[in-house]
Design a protein around this ligand. Sequence first.
Ligand SMILES: Cc1cc2nc3c(=O)[nH]c(=O)nc-3n(C[C@H](O)[C@H](O)[C@H](O)COP(=O)(O)OP(=O)(O)OC[C@H]3O[C@@H](n4cnc5c(N)ncnc54)[C@H](O)[C@@H]3O)c2cc1C
Length: 312
Amino acid sequence: MSEVLILVDAVDGKVAKSTGELATFAKAIGKVSAVVFDASLVSQLSAYTIDNVIICNGIDVTKFSPAPVAQALAQLVASKSATAVLITSSSRGKEIAGRLAVATNSGIITDASTIDADLVTTQLVFGGSTTVHAAVTHGTTIATLRSNSIEPTAGSGTPTTEEFTPTISDAAKLGQVISTEPVVKGGRPELTEASIVVSGGRGTNGDFKPVEAFADVLGAAVGASRAATDAGWYPHTHQVGQTGKTVSPQLYVACGISGAIQHRAGMQTSKMIVAINKDSEAPIFELADYGVIGDLFNVLPQATTAIAAKKA
Ligand SMILES: Cc1cc2nc3c(=O)[nH]c(=O)nc-3n(C[C@H](O)[C@H](O)[C@H](O)COP(=O)(O)OP(=O)(O)OC[C@H]3O[C@@H](n4cnc5c(N)ncnc54)[C@H](O)[C@@H]3O)c2cc1C
């Protein structure tokens, strides 16, 4: 049976949902071995379709650039004759994948939204206007997958565990983390992990309070168009789109956003899209499943009150 390695991702000490998504894709391919560098995460991994957990010892990877992780994975690819390695499509994930592909002389596919049992991936390119089906033709398939592309399947048993001590070269330890500063964030979920995202655009005119209040009543993350981030109304880390983050939540609410192709590129794979815009001709309505033609400063407070009342 072919063996697929998935790299476990964690956010604030919790295994990220994206790990469950990788496991779900991997299960269709073969035996799923989750590679973890923090043993304290192991107990959480039975929540997903993982057959085996490989605990990498001997190195605190949080102290280094991604090079040691890539080196450890390359050694595991060789020892397990792995068919594929699946990694979350974050910037760190893509750096690890790139290094791993070089180290194993393998092909790499990044930003895939799916991978099937035959290792064929789907990618949306050119601002989402073109769908590409691609497969690696040399070596092990190294693929990074976008978060929120699939609902994780629940695990049905406790995975086996094994320990592995990689040999990390001095060269791989050259990039060291000197200090870290936690991102100041409120109680809202991470943008790329959230199942609901409420985004504001130029139509907010710089006032994101109604957008945030609506996001909070839904337990959603807040996103923004580039017009809003360039104007300094919201941090660039919240920008959704071609030059921002890619999100694919269950529900995306675009408030005062026209729906430019560069914005669509970051949100059009959302499962349900709701647009609130006072211009009935706004292009976002071509993409939206539901549209509200109206002023967001009227619509959002009413929707927030109605949802809060329903939840009470
Ligand atoms: C190379 C490149 C990369 C880019 N990358 C990105 C990217 O990553 N993300 C991104 O978002 N953009 C990106 N852009 C910019 C993109 O082309 C658009 O300019 C931008 O998305 C517009 O943002 P917007 O929809 O908020 O503003 P606008 O296009 O100005 O639209 C504002 C909308 O708000 C509506 N509105 C106004 N007032 C209200 C109100 N009170 N209530 C309800 N509706 C109201 C208007 O009817 C209008 O439809 C990029 C552009 C380039 C060239």
